[in-house]
Design a protein around this ligand. Sequence first.
Ligand SMILES: Nc1ncnc2c1ncn2[C@@H]1O[C@H](COP(=O)(O)OP(=O)(O)OP(=O)(O)O)[C@@H](O)[C@H]1O
Length: 160
Amino acid sequence: MAGGQDDSSVRVALRIRPQLAREKMAGCHICTSVTPGEPQVFLGKDKAFSYDHVLDMDSQQGELYEHCTQKLVEGCFEGYNATVLAYGQTGSGKTYSMGTGFELSSTEEELGIIPRAVAHLFRGCEERRAAAAQQGRPVPEFKINAQSWRWGTIPNDHSK
Ligand SMILES: Nc1ncnc2c1ncn2[C@@H]1O[C@H](COP(=O)(O)OP(=O)(O)OP(=O)(O)O)[C@@H](O)[C@H]1O
C-alpha cells in the first residue's frame, strides 16, 4: 500500500495478512517474520526488506488507518494531494484493507481505509466549518467529488 503527500514524499507500508483457516488446513505455513520494533520483514531467514511501516498479522484496521492514511487525509485540508494504492497478489488482503468488500456483517472495528477516510473527510469539513462559525470567521465551503471505476474502464485507459 503506498501513498504520497506530494511529488517528493512516498510512503510504503506492508501488511502481513493473517493465515486463514483453510490455509492452515491445507498445511500452508508462514514464511515471513517481522523484526520487532523495526519496519522490516524477513522472507525465510536471510532476505530482509525494509518499508516505512510494517503491520504484522495481529494488526487491526484502525491501526492500519492510523499509521498509513490519517495524515494523508489531514494533509488534504492543507492542500496536499494524496493517493492510497493497494498492491499485492491475489488474496493478499487488498479488498479487506481498503474496506471495499462492504460485508454486511462487518463491525465498526473491521471497517477499512475507504469508509474511514470518507468519514474522516466529512468530519474534518464539519469541524472546520463549526470552528470558523464559532470564531466569527467566514465559514469555509468544501467541494468533494467522488468517482469509482473498475480496472479496464479507467477514463483514457489505453493500456487494454
Ligand atoms: N487483515 C485481515 N484480517 C482478517 N482477514 C483478512 C485480512 N486480510 C484479508 N483477509 C481475508 O482474506 C481473504 C482474501 O482477502 P481479500 O479479498 O481482501 O484479498 P485481495 O487482495 O483483495 O484479493 P483479490 O486480488 O483476489 O481480489 C478474505 O476472506 C479477507 O476477508
